[in-house]
Each structure stands twice: as C-alpha cells, then as structure tokens.
Design a protein around this ligand. Structure first.
Ligand code: ADP
Ligand code: GN1
Ligand code: MG
Length: 369
C-alpha cells in the first residue's frame, strides 16, 4: 500500500530521468488502481500537447521490478508485432518510454522504481460497468490478449508474484493473519470467517486440476478487472489491455473469473450497502459470449469451469481483502480503516449472488461456450 505523496519537485526530477522532451505542463494523480502510484503527465513539445503515464511500481509487492519490466517488454513487443499494420496499431498496447540511459525503469531520488508509458489517447477505463455491451467488448479484448500471447517464444515469463491466484495459499495467508490478529480485528469478522470456512472444500478445485495437468498453464493477464482494459471512446471496443505487471504463466479461468467478479457486479467493489451488491445474469452472458468468441483455444475442462471460476476468483479476492484487513492494511491502498473489510464483504456477497444463480449461469455457459 502506498498513500505517500510526492512533491511537484520530486516528480519533475523523476520525469527528467526519462526520454521525454518539452515543457511539463502538469502532473496529477490518476486512475483508481490499488497497487501502484499512477500519474498523468502533460507536456508541451513545440506547442503540441503530449501526454504520458508515470508510475511508481509498488516494490513491496513486486520485489523484482526489473523482472516485471522484462516480462512487460517481451509481452508488449510480441503484441506490437502482431498488431503491426492493423488499424490503431500504436494504441493497442502499452509503449514503454526508456530512461535516458536506455533502461525500462528508473530509480527515483527517493529510492523507488519508476516507469513511463505513452498515454493511450481516445480511450478510457471504467470502474463500474455501464452496459452489457461493455462486458462483451472487455471480455473479447482480454481473450484476444491471451490468444495473442499463446505463441510467445520461450523462455517462460517470470512469475512476478508466485502463487498469485492459488486459493489454497491465500487461505493459508488468511489463517495466519487471523491467528496473529495483529490489529485485534478478528472478533469483528466472525461472520466473514464463517463464510470462508463454509467454502474451503471447493477452494482447491482448480489448483488441483492444474497440478494434475487437467487444466493447462497459459500465459494470462491475472488482473482482468474492468479498469485494466481501455475502451475506445468512439467504438467502445477494448482497444488495449493495460496493467501488465502480473502477466505470467497462469490459468485462463482466473482471468475469466476476475471479469465475472468485476464486470457482472452492479455496485462498486467497495459498496457498503450490501443490498445493492449482486451479480447480473445478462452481463455474465455477455462476458461468456465475448470471451468465447475469441478464446477458441479453451479445452472442455476449462469451458466446464467458466461459471465456477467467477465464484472462485471472487472468493479468493475476498480472502485477500479480509487477510489484509486483519494484517493491518499493508497491501491494498485504502482510504479509511474499514476499507478492506468493506471490500471483502462485497466480494462474499457477490459469491453468494453467483451461488444463487448457479444453475442459470451453468446453463448460459452450456448454451454459449
Ligand atoms: P494499478 O496497478 O495501480 O491498477 P494501472 O496500470 O492499472 O495501475 O493504472 C491505473 C490507471 O491508470 C488505469 O486504470 C488507467 O485508467 C490509467 N492508465 C494506466 N496506463 C495508462 C496508459 N498507458 N494510458 C492511459 N491511461 C492509463
Ligand atoms: C489489485 O492493481 P489493481 O488495482 O488493478 C490487485 C488485484 C486485485 C485487485 C482488486 C497486483 O489490482 O490482484 O484483484 O486489486 N493487483 C495486485 O481490486 O495484487
Ligand atoms: Mg489497474
């Protein structure tokens, strides 16, 4: 978690480390990601406005930012080669701005790891989906991303966060946080811990199927929340998949599951009024259609688990929010002391809503996938 502020002077100094030219017109905090510090940089070059994204990589979470950047360079170069000649080719993936020493990432004067990207113009990210068509388009973009990376040449990408979606390890981490109870918060989350206990049995299903080779490892994004895809202003299409820090070997189902978590929710991830939080069937259907229209590579075992993956990843993210609440909010950026607990509760409410619609969701998958 990083809630620290950076002075204009500090930010100017960092920007001067990169190969950007002209006058800095403004630098402001940008986006609503929970992990990195993101800024929009407005510059003027020969009277023309130019924009960039400046990010301080969270190096407590990504302990090897050099490896993160190596993955990102390989992935974006591969995507760029695939999109070459296509309309809008230059806007379809992140473009890393090198430092003045030709490196993909710079050490700031305060010791942080900083990077810059070209600002993808004429597109936006949304935190809460507005219509089912956006779900279809976002899902198509994430599936296209997985498809395009299927033939990324060896070697294997680095695992930037090991066991990232391993539900069983996430349960272990929750158990440790609950046993330690560093903040004295455990007594206040008995209902949430009981919800977790009631779901332990099915939590290891995908992990075990992967270990048994029944579900293949693929190169996946691993953070397919709706605000990690840029939707084109004119067409609404998912023009570029962003936030590539966790692109690594993984499971296609976790990517689909996180789309279900974030794109079928009718309320914000931190909605306090749980009566407003539920998963919408029409949006689920749009996701299945959009995803499977591009993800032709899916095996039968993967298709069979599409609906389950939504419940599983939402449960897993709920566990992570709850564990962070118990451990003292050291991972996700929070705006107030109960924030992670509120987020955990919305996740568990979403799981419950998906469970209530389980048969309908399974039928949608059978009819469309
Ligand atoms: P985090 O890991 O903290 O979520 P992101 O890389 O997702 O960081 O960036 C946060 C937000 O900044 C995104 O949701 C998006 O709105 C915006 N953003 C990031 N990269 C770009 C880019 N290259 N062009 C335009 N906007 C971007
Ligand atoms: C984080 O970086 P951001 O905000 O896109 C987190 C995801 C969670 C998500 C929950 C590296 O994503 O795993 O699903 O918050 N990213 C990391 O909103 O932990
Ligand atoms: Mg993000």
């Amino acid at each position: 978690m990083s809630n620290r502020t950076f002075s204009a002077e500090e930010l100017r100094e960092v920007i001067s480390l990169f190969q950007v030219f002209g006058d800095i017109k403004g630098v402001e905090r940008y986006g609503s990601g929970h992990i990195n510090d993101t800024f929009k940089v407005e510059m003027s070059l020969g009277g023309e406005p130019v924009r960039y994204v400046l990010q301080r990589v969270n190096d407590s979470i990504f302990t090897r930012p050099d490896r993160v950047m190596e993955n990102i360079a390989r992935v974006t170069n591969h995507l760029r080669a695939k999109f070459a000649g296509a309309p809008d080719a230059t806007r379809r993936t992140l473009t890393v701005i090198p430092t003045r020493n030709g490196q993909p990432v710079a050490r700031g004067p305060e010791g942080g790891w900083w990077r810059m990207y070209v600002f993808i113009a004429g597109a936006r990210t949304i935190d809460l989906i507005e219509n089912a068509d956006q779900a279809r388009k976002a899902a198509r973009a994430f599936a296209g991303f997985q498809n395009a990376l299927a033939d990324l040449p060896a070697p294997r990408l680095f695992e930037t966060i090991p066991a990232f979606h391993n539900t069983l390890s996430r349960l272990d981490q929750l158990d440790v946080a609950a046993n330690e109870d560093k903040m004295g918060r455990k007594a206040g989350v008995a209902a949430e811990l009981a919800f977790v206990d009631a779901h332990r049995e099915e939590a290891g299903k995908i992990v075990k199927m992967m270990e048994a080779g029944e579900i293949p490892e693929r190169i996946t994004h691993n953070d397919t929340k709706i605000n990690n895809v840029m939707l084109d202003d004119a067409t609404g299409e998912g023009i570029a998949v962003i936030d590539l820090d966790t692109v690594m070997p993984g499971c296609a189902l976790y990517d689909f599951g996180d789309m279900v978590r974030t794109s079928t929710a009718n309320a914000a991830e931190d909605e306090k009024d749980l009566s407003k939080v539920y998963s919408r069937k029409e949006y689920f259907e749009a996701l299945v259609k959009g995803y499977t229209s591009e993800a032709k590579f899916l095996t039968e075992a993967e298709r069979d688990n599409l609906a389950f993956s939504g419940r599983l990843i939402t449960f897993t993210i709920g566990i992570r929010f709850l564990a962070d609440y118990l451990a003292g909010d050291t991972y996700f950026r929070t705006a107030y002391p109960e924030h992670n607990l509120v987020r955990a509760r919305t996740q568990f409410k979403m799981v419950q809503s998906m469970e209530e619609q389980k048969d309908e969701y399974e039928a949608i998958v059978r009819a469309n996938a």
